[in-house]
Design a binder for this molecule. Structure first.
Ligand code: UT7
Length: 328
């Protein structure tokens, strides 16, 4: 398909809430241990938003930093897409709250693809820019997901954390940029990871609150296997579209759910472990913010250099999975 423009990431930003919750802190509230959490997940600590901080509050400093690094003002934005599984409200969208806080005046909408939200949103922004409809799109993965966690449920509360990462996607001037994106979903497996109440299936009621249906629920071991398989498949799919090999990847930015998942994906892809960016130890699973923050850190740390092939890959509730292949 002929595309008049190529889309590239021209600015990045991230924000992590100040409050650090360690595994030792969690030992005091649920029957768990630092040893179990570290060996089964690779997580040592995570960040947790304050009661006053909603997802749009985490998104704001990340978006401001991304704008600054792209050399843009909020008024230069043509569109804002916020990927989130923990929106400020059912509506208005978190993107609208963020638009007001930024002082931007463009269109704004949320994208719901759970943990795959950021690569999904990058693909959507890529489409708008490639088609020539918009010049500058702000994409944010922002999550105050711990607000939907049952702190009495050790099988989920040790896994998640809050944060936000942002990217500016603009017209590429030098041929670098997003080469291919791949989106996948399987709605028949929606019960594996969900927040059952709060929507129109189970509107809020005394009953839903009593039964804890507003909390995130997950069939962890089932999801583990699907995560490994879909992430491997998504990486192969974006590479195939550009006739590239796994050995061409300089840096793989995977969704950070569990270190064991990342090791299994790396093994199956036969990619060198040092090419896989990992920060799950410091932040846990930040849902749609995970890939966004990991990309930000990888670029900042010098793990990604101009001309490198970078692959973002994620999976999550829906089920959903997605990958983007980028020439940096
Ligand atoms: O972002 C996308 C969504 N998330 C994921 O992709 C997560 C995918 N799944 C996973 O990462 C892993 O399945 C978990 C980390 C969730 C669980 O690890 P696991 O090795 O699959 O453990 P398990 O659920 O099979 O549980 C093993 C044991 C159980 O005890 P018994 O039945 O063997 O006596 C659990 O009750 O570990 C127990 N357990 C814990 N023990 C201490 C579960 N959670 C904890 C805990 N502390 N926090």
């Amino acid at each position: 398909m002929f595309a008049p423009y190529r889309a590239a990431i021209t600015g990045l930003g991230a924000y992590l809430p100040e409050k650090v919750v360690t595994n030792f802190d969690l030992e005091k509230i649920v029957e768990t241990s630092d040893e179990w959490i570290r060996t089964r997940t690779g997580i040592s600590e995570r960040r947790v938003a304050t009661t006053e901080q909603a997802s749009s509050d985490l998104a704001l400093p990340a978006a401001q930093e991304a704008l600054k690094s792209a050399g843009l003002m909020p008024q230069d934005l043509d569109l804002i897409i916020v990927a989130t599984a923990s929106p400020d409200m059912l509506f208005p969208t978190t993107a609208c709250f963020l638009q007001a806080k930024l002082g931007a005046s463009c269109g704004a909408f949320d994208l719901a693809a759970a943990c795959s939200g950021f690569p999904y949103a990058v693909a959507v922004a890529e489409g708008f820019v490639k088609a020539g409809l918009y010049k500058n799109v702000l994409v944010v993965g922002a999550e105050a997901i711990t607000k939907f966690i049952n702190w009495k449920d050790r099988s989920t509360c040790v896994l998640f954390g809050d944060g936000a990462g942002a990217a500016i996607i603009s017209r590429s001037k030098d041929g670098h940029g997003i080469l291919a994106s791949y989106l996948g979903a399987d709605g028949t497996q929606s019960d594996i990871l969900q927040i059952p109440a709060g929507g129109s299936v189970n509107p809020p009621s005394e009953e839903t609150v009593k039964n804890g249906l507003h909390y995130l629920r997950m069939a962890g071991p089932e999801l583990f296997k699907i995560a490994v398989r879909t992430m491997e498949q998504a990486v192969h799919e974006v590479l195939r579209r550009e006739n590239l090999q796994v050995s061409d990847i300089a840096c793989l930015i995977p969704h950070q759910a569990n270190n064991r998942i990342l090791q299994a994906v790396a093994d199956r892809l036969e990619i060198a472990p040092e090419k896989v960016y990992i920060n799950v130890d410091r932040y846990g699973n930040m849902s749609s913010a995970s890939t966004a923050v990991a990309l930000y850190e990888a670029v900042k740390s010098g793990a990604i250099k101009k001309g490198d092939y970078v692959v973002l890959v994620a999976f999550g509730g829906g089920l959903t999975w997605a990958a983007n292949l980028i020439k940096w």
